[in-house]
Design a protein around this ligand. Structure first.
Ligand code: NAD
Length: 518
């Protein structure tokens, strides 16, 4: 049944109770959760631990060991051994059917423990259930898509071609070897899946570096992988701070390829480190998403739709709409409707029924968002909803109110990714003016056009300097279509979740064979 437009809602929580198995996993018999290296649980030579908390209540969920330089070196060695095997028989030579059946088994175990993985997202990540449940479906969808790709892509030798008299040439496609995935905190299940499935199916062994705010999903998935029967060393998990664990991974020349998802500044710095020793890297980074609303759109209907993507995971989504450019003819009604939608968001604890705007991930983010709200006004934005701190009775989380501003084309008050339920609305004279303003950002991840005229929408959308350009929808993603960024939001490469992504986890050599001289 089609949803009436007036029913289009923000992502919303249903009541969620934490399963005992999640608590058992976090408690770990009174010991800190350890890194997973070569099939062993490793405490770490730095003897350092950190706590991961539920952001909505500040309850400590688990204590986790931090992995340092020695553990990164051990993980690279273990992963390389698992890749090569002893006298062959390593992951690189494992028949594709066997890799596929291990991946399928892992997916089944994730399905079995769905509630535990949902608890990782909801409790550790602070997400509402509607979004976490959607994230969970990505495990199976991603695995199945890349099983299909792996079954079609020809690894090994291509057909030979004649190069010159007595000389032939062909290409040889193989996995890189040890590859690392550096993951941000906002979508841990999704981004762990997007990394491990193509990487493993292509024949690589992996190091997963989860974010320090949300390390639980990757640790749990890796323990399920062990149960599924993945050989030791094929999947390793290195929890820790970015500037310690992450930096050591970037500096290790034994890591042949890094898939980084996170902020542009960190991505740029890792790229420079990798370049020093030839590690290849792909980067999926932040955005400052825009939406253009044309004059033929119904301002109230579109404000609800746009509002859903301003508030997706409380704005802590890479493709969040932060900038709206709306035809001046409908601007007043649009702003009113946008304010009504944002004002009505139910602020609360993320496991309580009906919550739509929960806590941000940590106190540093909370401060950064407050600062951005102040700066938007000092740069000339006119506050419609002022933002500021919010309180949730009985909870000590990092809560904030939504912020909405009206601005003008001359005022550039929203230049950075704010990562909260935060948007500026700028009335414009024409779609062309809107496009020029949308494209003045150095980010280029996701943008949308809202109009009844689909052809005009398509024509405009293609002119965005963004990796995903959408008409009457925002942040849609489908396997087979690349999800990636332009400008400072991504690259090199075309994005994730398409055939090219699988090829990114392989390297190609040209082989020339000449007849023996004489
Ligand atoms: P971040 O850049 O701070 O951290 C990302 C990861 O990098 C973490 O695991 C962190 O520990 C690690 N890291 C930090 N410093 C490092 C260093 N010097 N060397 C190596 N590793 C280091 O990002 P975040 O705050 O965790 O995540 C939010 C950002 O991620 C936002 O910008 C968001 O838009 C972006 N993001 C992008 C996508 C996408 O698909 N394009 C998806 C999700 C999130």
């Amino acid at each position: 049944m089609a949803t009436a437009e007036s029913d289009v809602q923000a992502f919303t929580a249903r009541a969620f109770s934490t399963p005992g198995k999640f608590e058992e996993f976090c408690g770990n018999g009174g010991q800190a959760l350890r890194g997973i290296i070569g099939g062993r649980r490793v405490q770490g030579s730095m003897n350092a631990t950190f706590q991961t908390v539920d952001p909505g209540s500040q309850e400590v969920l688990a204590t986790v060991c931090e992995m340092g330089e020695a553990e990164v070196a051990l993980a690279v060695e273990s992963a390389q051994k698992a890749f090569d095997g002893t006298n062959g028989g390593g992951w690189r030579d494992c028949p594709l059917e066997d890799r596929i059946s291990l991946v399928k088994k892992l997916v089944e175990l994730c399905d079995r423990d769905r509630d535990v993985l949902l608890a990782c997202e909801i409790r550790d990540g602070g997400k509402v259930s509607e979004l976490a449940e959607g994230d969970f479906t990505q495990i199976r969808e991603c695995a199945e898509y890349f099983i299909g790709v792996a079954s079609r892509v020809q690894m090994g030798d291509s057909e030979a071609m004649g190069v010159a008299s007595g000389v032939k040439g062909f290409t040889f496609r193989e996995p890189w070897g040890v590859v690392a995935g550096i993951i941000p905190w906002n979508y841990p299940i999704v981004l762990t899946s997007w990394f491990i499935f193509p990487a493993l199916l292509a024949g690589n062994t992996v190091l997963i570096k989860p974010a320090e705010d949300t390390p639980l999903s990757a640790l749990y998935i890796a323990s399920l992988a062990e149960e599924a029967g993945f050989p030791p060393g094929v999947i390793n998990v290195l929890p820790g701070r970015g500037e310690i664990t992450g930096q050591c991974i970037a500096e290790h020349p034994g890591v042949r390829y890094i898939s980084f998802t996170g902020s542009p500044g960190v991505g740029q710095s890792i790229l420079r480190t990798c370049d020093r020793h030839g590690t290849r890297m792909k980067r999926e980074m932040g955005g400052n998403g825009s939406a253009i609303v044309l004059g033929d759109a119904d301002p109230e209907v579109v404000a609800r739709r746009v509002g859903r993507y301003v508030n997706q995971h409380y704005g802590q989504t890479c493709c969040t709409i932060h900038r709206v450019y709306v035809d001046q003819k409908i601007a007043d009604s649009f702003v009113d409707a946008q304010r009504a939608f944002m004002e009505a968001l139910k602020i609360g604890y993320q496991t309580d029924e009906g919550t739509q705007l929960g806590s941000v991930i940590n106190p540093t983010q909370q401060q950064r968002i407050l600062q951005a709200q102040n700066e938007t006004v000092s740069r000339g934005g006119q506050a419609i909803l002022e933002g500021g701190l919010a309180e949730v009775v009985g909870k000590e989380g990092f809560y904030l109110k939504p912020a909405l501003y009206r601005t003008t084309p001359e005022v550039d008050c929203n230049p950075l990714e704010v990562f909260h339920t935060f948007a500026t609305v700028c009335p414009v004279e024409s779609a062309e003016q809107a496009l020029a303003l949308a494209n003045r950002s150095p980010y280029g991840l996701g943008a949308s056009v809202w109009t009844r005229d689909l052809e005009r929408g398509i024509d405009l959308a293609k002119q965005f300097r963004d990796g995903t350009c959408q008409i009457n929808c925002h942040n849609s993603m489908a396997y087979g279509l690349p999800y990636g960024g332009q400008g400072i939001s991504g690259g090199p490469g075309g994005g994730v979740n398409c055939e090219d992504t699988f090829l990114d986890y392989t390297q190609v050599k040209a082989v020339y064979v000449a007849d023996y001289p004489g």
